[in-house]
Design a protein around this ligand. Sequence first.
Ligand code: NDP
Length: 462
Amino acid sequence: MTAYDYDLFVIGGGSGGVRSARLAASMGRKVAIAEEFRYGGTCVIRGCVPKKLYVYASQFSEHFEDAAGFGWQVGESRFDWKALVAAKDREIARLEGLYRKGLDNAGATILESRAVLTGPNSVKLLATGETVTAERIVIAVGGHPTPHPDLPGHEHCITSNEAFDLPELPKSILIAGGGYIAVEFANIFHGLGVETTLIYRGKEILSRFDGDMRRGLHAAMEAKGIRILCEDVIKAVTLTDDGRRLAETKTGDTLAVDQVMLALGRAPNTAGLGLEAAGVKTDARGAILVDDYSRTNVPGIFALGDVTDRVQLTPVAIHEAMCFVETELRGNPVSPDHDLIATAVFSQPEIGTVGLTEEAAAQAHAELEVYRAEFRPMKATLSGRAEKTIMKLIVNAADRKVVGAHILGHDAGEMAQLLGISLKAGCTKDDFDRTMAVHPTAAEELVTMYQPSYRIRDGERV
Ligand code: NDP
């Protein structure tokens, strides 16, 4: 008999929290999970899932244009924003239901309440005022878009949270940021017919990606008609009498737009969580500090997913949750493996990537072979669309291992998933070379780039 109300109490019903609670409950543990908003968390409710649905919606404008090259006459088309939002809402509600069903079937107690820590083993449910105790507590409360309070007029701006449910589709939008969210939403809004401008402080968008991908995507987005302003930031936003926004930039531009969206990173949801009461330590940004096994400094309290600000990705939170259950409840210590995480930017074209960028590989290895192909995708031959696919393999010359793979083009995210397995398995370029191509595909290029395009020795291209 445990002295606590629960074996495990999970705070936060997102990807990491639900996975921890469901697995633990299915093992027969007494588990409760509390969520203050909707089950599914950022990914399902206002992140990855609705984003991808909107990406699909935004691609139809190009599909309609491309159809003529294949003999199709497409009649007049019209986009209905409210219909898309409603369809998205139905799908999100269905998924939320599945999350709840999974928890329920496993035997977890589902609570609809904000939960705050009151001590190392106790949690207060704000909906009822009740305090419950648990042997172990998992904090998986995620993050939120940085509101950028230092920006005068930030209250007139939206973030990705609001972008999904705007009452009207804006005619024009200015998006601040050069990361995943800014780039993905710029492409979504543009595809839906919105006059779109991206403003980014750095020299080139997507600072953590391979240079070829960044330049290639920038060029492709501009060719479509997305305006990109680099090395500039918004200085102030004011509201006009007719409800539009005036954005002044540091370089002296003034942009009049219907909406300004800030996509300047996400911060952990740790404010008001009772961390001080329990003695849980955070870093300067408010992220909960954890060790290799997602343990906080307080015995019995664990944290995983975006609230720890390790890698802000859904599959990472799920993986961390599974490692937590394996370690703590199955007695088999497994620490999350954050190395070689394949990822995709759902821009148009997409970026799929795993491993080191050319720039990072050049720092890490004395000699690299870089295999690079740039070609027109087959579909573009008949559609007439001027677009390029870029593929790159970065190989460490010393042991022939492929240390980075980067793709800009259709379905790059799908390819990145499979390349992730190859890199994780430590495949060499020779393994790629002896793999038969799948023809005709774009991916076949990955196994038919036989000669290096160039080498990098001691950081210099030779
Ligand atoms: P990112 O960290 O990707 O990008 C933030 C952007 O904001 C960067 O371009 C950064 O510039 C810029 N920025 C930050 N602070 C300022 C500032 N004070 N002034 C001007 N610019 C600033 O964050 P996102 O918000 O785009 O996304 C959050 C996280 O969510 C990502 O890290 C990602 O892990 C995850 N995500 C994943 C997706 C996917 O897998 N497809 C999709 C969406 C989100 P700089 O680069 O110069 O630092």
